[in-house]
Ligand binder design. Structure first.
Ligand SMILES: Cc1cc2nc3c(=O)[nH]c(=O)nc-3n(C[C@H](O)[C@H](O)[C@H](O)COP(=O)(O)OP(=O)(O)OC[C@H]3O[C@@H](n4cnc5c(N)ncnc54)[C@H](O)[C@@H]3O)c2cc1C
Length: 373
């Protein structure tokens, strides 16, 4: 490769960072991915992979493995709290050669991506938290919490919503905005087959319950509802509180009867954050939640991070100069990712105010995603 960029450090081993490592590693760059956590993701619920995410995963050669280890659905069925079907919509919106959606455990996805990143030649270092960096005309030096340093030609910050790489690059502390809702999520296992070809949703007032198949007999459940900004969610009583909440949904009796303390219930406040100025400066470039974190309402956060990863890799292959490659990447990605992020947050705002039009937002999202990334 004749490029001025040969050595790349990626900060963050989430979905975005790992996909960047696969794509850049395959393209022949010397990639070192540095993840702050001392072990790769061991917990977490599932993740919904919409068709645009599946299309990119197919390009980087991991689509089939994701499908083999996940569960494909074709329909999203919306019910009331009693389980009466209100409507059903096809999950496919892009490509008839792909399933409507693939659902997979985050840990399984992480294992698959890590394996492919290493096969692509990337070095993955755990317990390697980036704390700062400094640049010269010729290289970038990255400092880690363990006191070590590493040099490279460029640094790609895929270090999530509280990115330190972003805050140093922008020279300000970027604040997140709480959107007023929180999400509980947990894994569930059933003695009998309960899932066929559909993702199941149940709605009562401002509370939405999703039951997402991960196999015929396993799935993950999410509950999204409003919470005050200063609410705390006590872990010790969480399981019982969530079970009580689900008792208000007779349609998900099959969930309340089978949920088990063996699988912890996670809680997240839904926040958003968007970087509108360029996603690069000097030898640093950003992607994924570090620049566009939003609500999970359209299941597009990870999908956008994956698209960022592959476009960044393409532009670095297309252009010998990293700064023009970064600018081309930013121009291809920013408008699309920020629009999707804003639509995801708009759904939450409407749900809280009871404003209609959520179906229109989903339609607008699909229209945008039909444009090439
Ligand atoms: C409740 C909920 C449900 C969701 N459901 C979906 C869904 O169904 N489908 C979907 O597409 N998206 C979903 N999302 C969004 C999705 O999870 C994120 O958009 C996606 O994970 C972003 O990936 P990322 O790699 O950019 O960041 P992250 O996944 O946040 O990864 C960042 C990584 O960087 C590491 N890190 C942080 N700081 C440092 C540092 N200083 N040095 C080194 N490493 C560092 C972190 O440990 C982490 O591993 C959901 C989000 C939430 C909150």
């Amino acid at each position: 490769m004749n490029h001025e960029v040969k050595k790349i450090i990626i900060a963050g081993g989430g979905i975005g960072g790992l996909c960047a490592a696969i794509s850049l590693g395959r393209a022949g760059f010397e990639v070192t991915l540095c993840e702050a956590a001392s072990e790769m993701r061991k917990s977490g619920a599932g993740i919904l992979q919409p068709q645009n995410a599946l299309g990119v995963l197919r390009e980087i050669g991991v689509y089939e493995e994701c499908c083999q280890n996940g569960f494909q659905t074709e329909w999203l069925k919306q019910h009331d709290e009693n389980g009466s079907l209100l409507f059903k919509v096809r999950e496919a919106f892009l490509d008839d050669s792909l399933p409507g959606r693939n659902n997979i455990l985050r840990q399984t996805l992480n294992d698959i991506l890590r394996k492919h990143a290493e096969a692509a030649g990337a070095t993955i270092l755990l317990g390697k938290k980036v704390v700062s960096y400094e640049e010269t005309a010729d290289e970038i030096t990255v400092h880690f919490a363990d006191g070590t340093v590493m040099t490279a030609d460029i640094l790609a910050g895929f270090d999530g919503i509280r990115s330190v790489v972003r805050d140093q690059m922008l020279q300000r502390e970027v604040k997140t905005e709480y959107l007023g809702m929180g999400a509980h999520r947990f894994f569930i296992s059933f003695p009998e087959r309960v899932f066929h070809d559909s993702t199941l949703m149940y709605k009562k007032g401002q509370t939405q319950v999703g039951v997402v198949p991960l196999s015929e007999k396993t799935g993950y459940v999410f509950i999204i509802r409003p919470y005050d900004a200063d609410c705390t969610d006590d872990e010790d009583t969480r399981f019982e509180r969530v079970k009580d909440l689900l008792h208000g949904f007779p349609g998900v009796k099959f969930v309340t009867e089978n949920m088990s303390k063996e699988y912890p219930v996670l809680f997240h406040k839904i926040e958003q954050m968007a970087v509108k100025e360029p996603w690069h400066r000097g030898r640093v470039v950003l992607g994924g939640d570090a620049v566009h974190a939003g609500a999970p309402t359209l299941a597009q956060g990870a999908a956008m991070a994956i698209e960022d990863a592959i476009v960044l890799s393409e532009e670095l292959q297309n252009d010998e100069n990293h700064e023009t490659a970064f600018q081309a990447y930013f121009e291809r990605r920013a408008e699309r990712a920020l629009q999707i992020q804003n639509l995801s947050s708009e759904i939450v705002r409407r749900e809280i105010k009871g404003t209609p039009g959520v179906q229109d937002i989903i339609g607008e999202c699909h229209r945008l995603l039909k444009e090439p990334y």
